[in-house]
Design a protein around this ligand. Structure first.
Ligand code: FE
Ligand code: FE
Ligand code: ZN
Length: 303
């Protein structure tokens, strides 16, 4: 959701179309650095009258950051920018910031992954008190981008000094473009079993719920509106209904204009997939809803 007019304005936009989760940038996403947030900006976000309507709010870091950058200036900028964005997100009491792990620029997979892990260590060392975690995002594997297999994310997590400060964000368009088959019910279930085995179910912090313009295994990252891409509706039906995803925030990253009509249509398409058969609402489901409310109240300070 756009933060034009200030971070608090994003809350109003999201609530105006009945979102229950929201992803924002904590500053202009095409610039390296920005002036710090003022105390008033922070208060107008945290204490916003509509803030409680959003069960989950988190951030995505800017697109310039590459922790595996080979250019020393780019790499230094990436470390500093990530540390600053983590601090901003922490001031806004956001639980995590989503980040693409990085692109190795020709140095190779393992060298790239090691550089990313070392860079994350450096960033966390700069901001020891920040509670906001980094959610590593699964990527499409375009160019030399890393993070297109669950194993690559697991390697990073296994090689940092503070793995408890990392979690994972799964992007449906990216995993599909990376080659995971989520076009059938069996395929989706298999993919998430794979996720659980390699990364652990509890690492999943958020889902980017996007359809893909490009085919399975294309390694090309192009998002499509729900139901208008190559993935088909089965993956979305599963994600919208399986009890394990009930507490996982899901956000759209699909093309949209200022009026947000595309967001409204995509949310409608997703919510339409939710099984309304009351017999399918098991006791486990109602328990999830209750604990979800508790988690919402306790907010991000809850460890
Ligand atoms: Fe992303
Ligand atoms: Fe994404
Ligand atoms: Zn993408």
């Amino acid at each position: 959701m756009s933060i034009a007019g200030g971070v608090h304005a994003a809350i109003e936009r999201a609530c105006s179309i009945n979102c229950t989760a929201m992803q924002i940038f904590v500053k202009n996403n095409m610039q390296w650095f920005a002036r710090p947030l003022t105390p008033q900006e922070i208060r107008s976000f945290i204490d916003h009258a509509q803030r409680w309507q959003l069960a989950s709010v988190f951030a995505h870091v800017n697109y310039l950051i590459n922790l595996a950058a080979t250019n020393p200036q780019f790499h230094a900028n990436s470390i500093r920018a990530l540390a600053e964005e983590l601090m901003r997100a922490d001031q806004l009491e956001l639980p995590f910031v989503v980040m693409h792990p990085g692109a190795h620029m020709g140095t190779g997979e393992e060298a790239g992954l090691r550089k990313i892990a070392a860079s994350i260590d450096e960033v966390f060392r700069c901001v020891p008190k920040v509670k906001t975690r980094i959610a590593l995002e699964t990527t499409a594997g375009q160019g030399s981008c890393l993070g297109h297999t669950f194993e690559q994310l697991a390697f990073i997590i296994a090689n940092v000094r503070e793995p408890e400060r990392l979690c994972v964000c799964l992007d449906t368009a990216h995993v599909f473009a990376a080659g995971y088959d989520i076009s059938s019910h069996a395929g989706v279930k298999k993919t998430f079993r794979e996720f659980d085995r390699v990364l652990g179910r509890e690492r999943l912090a958020a889902i980017h719920i996007n359809d893909s313009k490009t085919g399975r295994g294309s390694r090309v990252d192009r998002h499509a509106h729900i139901g208008e891409g190559e993935i088909g509706l089965e993956a979305f039906r599963h994600i919208m209904n399986a009890p394990r995803f009930r507490k996982i925030p899901k956000v759209l990253e699909t093309p949209k204009g200022k009026e947000l009509t595309e967001d409204v249509a995509n949310m409608r398409a997703l919510r339409r997939l939710i099984a309304l058969n009351p017999r399918k609402r098991t006791r486990e489901d109602s328990r999830c809803i209750v604990s979800n409310e508790r988690a919402g109240r306790a907010g991000h300070r809850r460890k």
